[in-house]
Design a binder for this molecule. Structure first.
Ligand SMILES: Cc1cc2nc3c(=O)[nH]c(=O)nc-3n(C[C@H](O)[C@H](O)[C@H](O)COP(=O)(O)OP(=O)(O)OC[C@H]3O[C@@H](n4cnc5c(N)ncnc54)[C@H](O)[C@@H]3O)c2cc1C
Length: 416
């Protein structure tokens, strides 16, 4: 079957890998000059089933009110005259109930655990290198009440298959010696040993290279203009370079997906949510963590990617604006330097911003569409790197008409 994957982010490239393995003739189209150059470029690097919970959580409406008007807040919500944003926001708030939060966590955890289990197989089959570390993810706490609360929540995740250990401050320092030279007053942490970290950009590039060797065609530097329907099917995609016909199409254009689905009468509630990262060179320094860290107080993650430390976080609802806000990256850098002063050369940081493709319930959209040959593999929000392997495998299962290894009946478009 001839299949066109729309978008060469980490999600599209991984889907192409699985589709090619099934024997399809696969073409991937992307406007960039290579794979993984937009939101998959410099993310937090975490493969984190332990944090598969959505942003729409019971405490979030309160936090949003608390942060309102604060320019350095972890979440900035810029009100716009955009009814789609308002409807999305109401849906987001409706998902903040304890019941919906847990139901959405269960969906994400199922997909994330499956994804994490597939990664070693990809590494084995392809031999790709992407600075991955199998050193787990540590969530750190500075307040006993918060740690106890998190431990209780993690017990619930444990029952769903995500293991963890609760550590005291000594346990954290024994696990991550970077805390020996840090002035940070941590009191403990929650450690998930089986979680991983790695460079999603390198993974995308290397997997694209590998699949090219297997016969996948990557059409880079080609701007998708529209999808063209013919009755109940999609007949072709029009780009700035011409028209590409295929039997099947996979939508993996991240935050831009809804713009191309809307003319087809498909409503995919995905909002771009801007985040930032800094990447600090660590060569010649010995104070950077090697275990990937999540700092819930500051809403930041730290991952070691080769001889670099990635620090990522913050959320801005500001449409498709991708401008670098210098204040945001300066705050990231100052905070990282305060917590890990010996981590690296903070004068040489690389700054980055990207748009998370967020659904209101924080669960990606994987499944069929009203068009029999168009499939959704998008809307991965904060977890696209974590879930790229399962999403790719599940997309290939859908196309093949195979029964998937995990239930996907509740992650499709129908839920909206
Ligand atoms: C600050 C930050 C930290 C993050 N940290 C983590 C983390 O630690 N772990 C995790 O799992 N996830 C993390 N994420 C989320 C993760 O990065 C995303 O979910 C993931 O990159 C989405 O991948 P994607 O392939 O769907 O989208 P993208 O990577 O954006 O790919 C979409 C592709 O579509 C292409 N495209 C769009 N429009 C067109 C067009 N008209 N024509 C042609 N091509 C087009 C783009 O060029 C792009 O390559 C983070 C995100 C941010 C912003």
């Amino acid at each position: 079957m001839k299949i066109v994957v729309l978008g060469a982010g980490v999600v599209g490239v991984t889907a192409a890998y699985y589709l090619q393995k099934d024997g399809h003739e696969v073409t991937v189209v992307d406007r960039q000059d290579g794979a993984g150059l937009e939101t998959s470029f410099a993310n937090g690097g975490q493969i984190s089933p332990s944090q598969a919970y959505p942003w729409a959580a019971p405490e979030v409406p309160f936090l949003m009110l608390k942060w309102l008007g604060r320019n350095d807040a972890p979440l900035l919500y810029r009100m716009r005259l955009d009814p789609r944003l308002w409807i999305w926001s109401l849906r987001f708030l409706a998902n903040c109930t304890p019941g919906n939060f847990m139901a959405n966590t269960v969906k994400n955890l199922r997909m994330s655990l499956y994804s994490r289990s597939l990664l070693p197989e990809i590494r084995l089959q392809t031999g790709i290198e992407y600075d991955f570390l199998e050193k787990g993810i540590l969530q750190i706490y500075r307040n006993q009440k918060e740690l106890d609360k998190a431990a209780k929540f993690n017990d619930a995740l444990h029952k769903l298959g995500c293991d963890h250990q609760v550590l005291d401050a000594d346990g954290v320092r024994a696990l991550e010696p970077a805390y020996d030279s840090s002035p940070d007053k941590i009191i403990g942490g929650i450690y998930t040993e089986a979680d991983e970290s790695g460079d999603a950009f390198k993974f995308s590039q290397e997997l694209a290279k590998y699949t090219t060797g297997q016969g996948v065609e990557f059409r880079y530097g080609e701007i998708i203009k529209s999808l063209n329907k013919a009755g109940a099917k999609i007949a072709s995609v029009t780009t700035d370079k011409g028209t590409i016909e295929a039997d099947t199409f996979i939508m993996s254009m991240g935050s831009y997906s809804p713009l191309f689905l809307r003319p087809l009468g498909i409503n995919a509630p995905i909002q771009p949510v801007k985040g930032y990262s800094i990447t600090v060179p660590t060569a010649g320094h010995n104070g950077a963590p090697t275990v990937s860290l999540t700092d819930n107080d500051h809403k930041l993650v730290f991952s070691r990617v080769g001889e670099r430390m990635r620090v990522a976080g913050t959320a801005e609802f500001n449409g498709y604006d991708t401008e670098m806000n210098d204040g945001r990256v300066t705050s990231l850098r100052d905070l990282a330097q305060k917590l890990f002063p010996n981590a690296g050369d903070y004068e040489q940081t690389e700054n980055w911003t990207g748009l998370r493709p967020m659904t209101p319930d924080g669960v990606p959209i994987i499944g069929s569409t009203p068009y029999e040959n168009l499939f959704m593999n998008t809307g991965h929000g904060t977890l696209g790197w974590t879930m790229c392997a399962s999403s790719g495998q599940l997309t290939a299962d859908l196309v093949a008409g195979r029964t998937p290894s995990v239930d996907i009946s509740d992650v499709g478009l129908e839920r909206f």
